[in-house]
Design a protein around this ligand. Structure first.
Ligand code: FAD
Length: 425
């Protein structure tokens, strides 16, 4: 028996990956035939918002999690990427590289490919033996940096997803199914008799009412639920881009995704327009604000429209870019920005009811920089959480309180940096 079913109304706040796929899962599940009872509210009239984590050219999709729970989930998601979502998936393969300090981590990741059930027919993972073998994966016309001399393996399984387009498609599918989308910024929860009964918006103090409110606001979630300000910490991550010439694009077009174990740098193949994106998966920057350890500061924040990144973040990106593609490091960045993770110390997502409010407020957030690859399955998982049917092993890690015994690996090689107003380029 579902906990929520027609005629109860559901309000989902936020239409990034989490919110849009939750709407879709409910519309295909308990609300099939009653999709008009689901409303999605987003700050943007054309969600996801341009400063949302899901609004991006590309995100890595891979299944090599050393934690078997995530590995199984990622494997399930990969089936979805090769099926319903294949239009947005580029299975270019992934190279994982490591300097001595990161080899043990990379080895563990490599071994996952050979666990029962993880093999993919026709796709193999293999260790690369030296510079020439690494070079062969990129093609002779692509000059490589010193990383090519390090430990490396190549996995044909995995690649990247067109994030903004895939999320827009989830929104379009939900809309086509009959879900109502509205534009507005939720300012606060409306609470009556210990139950959340809706939200009030900033624009005109309209109240949206519902029997269940699902918050999928990514890194903005603590603005509505301040008790999550530390457990869903907004952290800014530096991202850079270079624009290839048509000649460079031709030479680089078939390169794999490249990742570096134990410093978090990763770089994508060029997009269809020759744009190469690179970033660092680390603890990142904090933007302390009154009463909050950090809140997102994006190109939509007043005074930061140009979205400059801190000088030391720029230097770090450049150093790592030079170590992979020295030729591209000589080009100017065509753009750079801070992209905001919704981080939990455990690195686990938060997919659970708020402990107060009598089961009327559900939170779907805490992507911790690695949730996009789960787009084909995350909405279904959130629906299970709402309906109380989520398998116990997932409830154990996605609960409202982080498990203290689980600590994200980034704490091993990175530290928080405070983002000060004067640290712009
Ligand atoms: C730089 C970067 C790189 C990443 N790389 C990868 C990767 O390679 N692979 C991977 O698997 N994952 C990656 N991730 C993680 C992944 O992108 C996120 O986990 C995922 O996109 C989060 O989706 P979301 O729906 O929770 O949040 P978001 O996409 O941020 O969406 C939140 C939505 O809520 C709306 N909203 C917020 N507040 C309100 C409000 N008060 N009222 C109304 N609407 C509101 C916003 O407008 C927005 O549309 C990366 C993340 C970042 C930032």
């Amino acid at each position: 028996m579902p906990r929520f079913a027609p005629p109860q109304r559901v309000l989902i706040v936020g239409a990034g990956e989490f919110g849009s796929t939750t709407a879709l899962a409910l519309a295909r599940g308990a609300y099939k035939g009653h999709e008009h009872l689901i409303t999605v509210l987003d700050r943007s009239p054309t969600p996801p918002a341009t400063d949302a984590a899901s609004y991006d050219y590309n995100k890595i999709v891979r299944q090599e999690y050393t934690d078997p729970l995530y590995a199984n989930l990622a494997r399930e998601a990969m089936i979805g990427w090769r099926g319903e979502w294949k239009e947005f998936f580029h299975e270019t393969g992934v190279i994982m590289t490591a300097r001595p300090a990161g080899v043990a981590t990379a080895e563990k990741s490599y071994a996952v490919n050979f666990l029962p059930g993880m093999e993919t027919p026709g796709k193999c993972a293999r260790k690369l033996s030296g510079k020439a073998d690494v070079q062969a994966q990129y093609g002779a016309g692509v000059p490589l940096g010193d990383f090519a001399d390090c430990y490396a393996y190549h996995n044909e399984c995995g690649g990247w997803a067109e994030a903004a387009r895939a999320t827009e498609a989830a929104v379009a599918k939900a809309r086509a199914a009959g879900v109502t989308f509205r534009c507005g910024t939720a300012k606060k929860l409306v609470v009556n008799g210990g139950r959340v009964t809706g939200v009030v918006t900033e624009e005109n103090a309209d109240a949206y009412t519902a029997d269940l409110v699902v918050l999928c606001c990514g890194s903005w979630t603590p603005t509505l639920v301040p008790d999550l300000k530390e457990n869903l910490l907004p952290t800014g991550q530096v991202v850079g881009f270079v624009q290839l010439t048509p000649e460079e694009h031709e030479r680089y077009k078939d390169v794999p995704v490249t990742m570096t174990a134990l410093n978090g740098f990763y770089i994508f193949p060029p997009t269809a327009t020759g744009l190469v994106k690179f970033a660092i998966h680390e603890l990142g920057y904090l933007n302390p604000q009154a009463g909050y350890p950090s809140l997102p500061r994006t190109h939509l924040s007043r005074g930061y429209e140009m979205q400059s990144i801190p000088a030391h973040g720029h230097a770090k990106l450049l150093r790592n870019l030079a170590a992979v593609y020295p030729e591209l490091a000589k080009k100017p960045f065509s753009a750079s920005r801070l992209c905001w993770y919704s981080d939990r110390q455990s690195g686990d997502f938060l997919l659970d009811y708020h402990p107060e409010y009598n089961g009327t407020l559900f939170i779907g957030a805490g992507g911790s920089g690695h949730a996009f690859k789960f787009l084909p399955v995350i909405g279904g998982l959130i629906e299970q959480g709402i309906q109380g049917t989520m398998p116990q092993q997932y409830r154990d890690i996605f609960g409202y309180k982080s498990r203290p015994d689980r600590v994200d690996g980034r704490f091993e090689y990175s530290e928080f940096t405070r983002l000060d107003g004067d640290s712009k380029l």
